[in-house]
Design a protein around this ligand. Structure first.
Ligand SMILES: NC(=O)c1ccc[n+]([C@@H]2O[C@H](COP(=O)([O-])OP(=O)(O)OC[C@H]3O[C@@H](n4cnc5c(N)ncnc54)[C@H](OP(=O)(O)O)[C@@H]3O)[C@@H](O)[C@H]2O)c1
Length: 251
């Protein structure tokens, strides 16, 4: 691939997003690292560039439509075109029985996971529709949404989170050369706060979480990052959801 190809990773400061940024940079992409913390974002960029990759940081809070619009305005101004985007920013509140979930937790998950992804996808599609189709596959761009196994099946104590991860993709854009697959990770050892809290005496321990997966382990951020890289290289996957879940959804 050409060194100029740009991939925006929304929520790339920690966990899956950070690992994905590092892997794509190794594969020759310029990655735009984003998140709410400039200081932490700069550190991710420093690591990538120290390892010979190309990266830059731009702040974003996906709960603000203005902030998302400013980020996406910056991309064509600075990089010319947006070849790919990974909508990875997301959060979950504590694992709780449905009736005990505080309403404000539901609002937070709705704003980040659902509305945040909606704002990002709208900006990405508007931008990609203006771009020329490229290569034999006629791609204008790829937008990958980070869903979850909770977006495909029920997960105990995670019903409100699950509802925010069921958002589907828009096949309408296949003919326009915009590919929109999604990834549904299982339990991933990303350091995500709600999981760490659970492992330390919450809804389920690390061992119980591992045992839910037929492969009997929790996934790694690298497992998911490799799926992103695969989707970006593929020319015949759109509108589908790739499970990266150790077999959990096939049980
Ligand atoms: N870990 C799992 O088991 C698992 C399983 C299935 C799906 N997922 C999904 O995978 C994605 C990445 O999660 P992760 O496990 O890597 O956890 P993580 O380390 O907590 O990553 C979440 C990322 O989203 C960013 N983010 C949160 N709220 C944001 C906001 N308002 N604006 C901009 N960025 C925001 C965070 O940045 P800040 O540092 O600014 O908070 C962070 O970089 C999420 O969408 C999650 O739902 C995770």
């Amino acid at each position: 691939m050409s060194a100029q190809e740009t991939c925006l990773i929304v929520g790339a400061i920690t966990g899956i997003g950070k690992e994905t940024a590092e892997l794509l940079a190794k594969k020759g992409w310029h990655v735009v690292v984003t998140g709410r913390s400039q200081g932490k974002g700069n550190k991710v960029v420093e690591t990538i560039t120290r390892d010979g990759g190309s990266a830059s940081f731009h702040p974003v809070d996906v709960t603000s439509q203005e902030s998302v619009a400013a980020l996406h305005k910056h991309i064509p101004e600075t990089h010319g075109r947006l070849d790919a985007a990974v909508n990875n920013a997301g959060m979950s509140s504590t694992f709780q029985p449905f009736h005990a979930t505080p309403v404000e937790n539901m609002g937070l998950m709705y704003n980040v996971n659902l509305k945040g992804t909606f704002y990002c996808m709208q900006e990405q599609l508007k931008m990609m529709l203006k771009q020329e189709k490229q290569d034999d596959a006629g791609k204008r761009g790829v937008t990958i949404n980070m869903s979850s196994m909770s977006g495909l099946i029920g997960v105990p104590y995670a019903a409100p989170y699950s509802s925010t991860k069921h958002a589907s993709t828009a096949l309408k854009y296949a003919a326009e050369g915009i590919f929109i697959p999604a990834i549904a990770p299982g339990d991933i050892d990303s350091g995500m706060y709600v999981l760490e809290e659970s492992y330390e005496g919450g809804a389920y321990t690390r061992e119980q979480a591992a045992a839910m997966h037929p492969l009997n382990r929790i996934g790694t951020c690298a497992d998911v990052a490799k799926a992103v890289a695969f989707l970006l290289e593929n020319d015949f996957i759109t509108g589908g959801v790739i499970s990266v879940d150790g077999g959990i959804s096939a049980r």
